[in-house]
Design a binder for this molecule. Structure first.
Ligand code: BJW
Ligand code: ZN
Length: 260
């Protein structure tokens, strides 16, 4: 855990955390921002400020220019392989040790939650580390090591499937594609069952993942948002904690469980 930081956490939230039977932690790109991984929509630094999602994050974009898309994802995979979990990822893993049940549902395609010690993480938008064949969907294994890609990526032909010769695609969910059915079902079930939901570092606008906080609220859960900026979730949250997740989450866990 990091050193003690003075952040105001409402006592009612600490009480809700002590009483919670099932905590759902719903994360987005902002939880990895302090590990040096870019978010998508932050002004100036977000990926969609510099890159066009139509070209890079759709199946059509891949069909039109496979080398552009593959090279971009290899650059992003390299960034993640070089990154380390930050205090927010570690505090979430720690929190799981103190509550009866905790489910992590992430929209992120990195593995920083797992590397911080969280288990059974539900990845709604797939993973940079699980590529598969674009034609026959068989999984592909990356060779060991960290690719060395220039900033923004370079054109790079995707590898070929050893079974059918098809092109290998990134294992992420692009716009217009369905989310992994079983994972989505489990995430929606957790939303209906939890009594406290943390929405951490997400703009909360990409569907169907964005339904998760409101599903939880409708089922009676209290919602907490951790984000330096306002989002549409502000209107649904019981508590909105403004600031970076890497400061707020460790403080919260310390106050709730490590000081008593
Ligand atoms: C911090 C911080 C710190 C910063 N601490 N916080 C019109 C209306 C409604 C829906 C649609 C529509 N048009 C199209 C759709 C559907 C579409 C959609 O929702 N689009 C919206 C943009 C409108 N959804 C889909 O297409 C989904 N599929 C689907 O619906 O299938 C059915 C269908 C079939 C056929 C046709 C149409 C539909 C699939 C969505 C897949 C999303 N994929 C991406 C890319 C993944 C691969 C990759 O990584 O490249 O997933 S897009 C991108 O957004 C990525 C993220 O997971 C996702 C969510 O973003 P996230 O995590 O919230 O990041 P940001 O950047 O938005 O926010 C970061 C936040 O962190 C900010 O609030 C910061 O303030 C905060 N922050 N620093 C805490 N230190
Ligand atoms: Zn194949």
């Amino acid at each position: 855990m990091t050193s003690l930081i003075s952040i105001t956490i409402p006592q009612e939230l600490i009480t809700a955390l002590h009483e919670a039977k099932h905590v759902l932690v719903f994360t987005g790109a902002g939880v990895s921002a302090e590990s040096g991984i870019s978010t998508f929509r932050d002004p100036l630094t977000g990926l969609w400020e510099r890159f066009d999602p139509e070209d890079l994050a759709t199946a059509n974009g891949f069909r039109q220019d496979k080398a552009l898309v593959w090279g971009w994802y290899e650059w992003r995979r390299m960034k993640v392989l070089k990154a380390r979990p930050n205090p927010a990822h570690r505090a979430i893993a720690e929190l799981a040790q103190h509550v009866p049940r905790l489910t992590v549902v992430t929209q992120n395609v990195d593995d920083l939650h797992e590397r911080a010690g969280s288990t059974d993480v539900l990845h709604l938008h797939g993973s940079l580390h699980s590529p598969r064949c674009f034609a026959c969907a068989r999984p592909f294994s990356f060779p060991p090591g960290i690719p060395d890609e220039p900033e923004g990526g370079r054109r790079l032909c995707p590898p070929q499937c050893s079974h059918c010769g098809g092109d290998i695609r990134p294992g992420v969910v692009w716009f217009g594609e369905n989310l992994p059915e079983d994972t989505l079902k489990q995430a929606f079930a957790a939303a209906r069952e939890c009594d406290l939901l943390f929405a951490i570092g997400t703009s909360g606008i990409v569907q169907p993942a964005a339904r998760i906080p409101s599903l939880a609220k409708k089922a009676g859960a209290k919602l907490v948002q951790v984000n330096p900026q306002g989002t549409p979730l502000d209107y649904e949250c019981t508590w909105s904690l403004r600031g970076g997740a890497g400061k707020i989450m460790p403080s919260l866990v310390q106050m709730a469980f490590l000081w008593s």
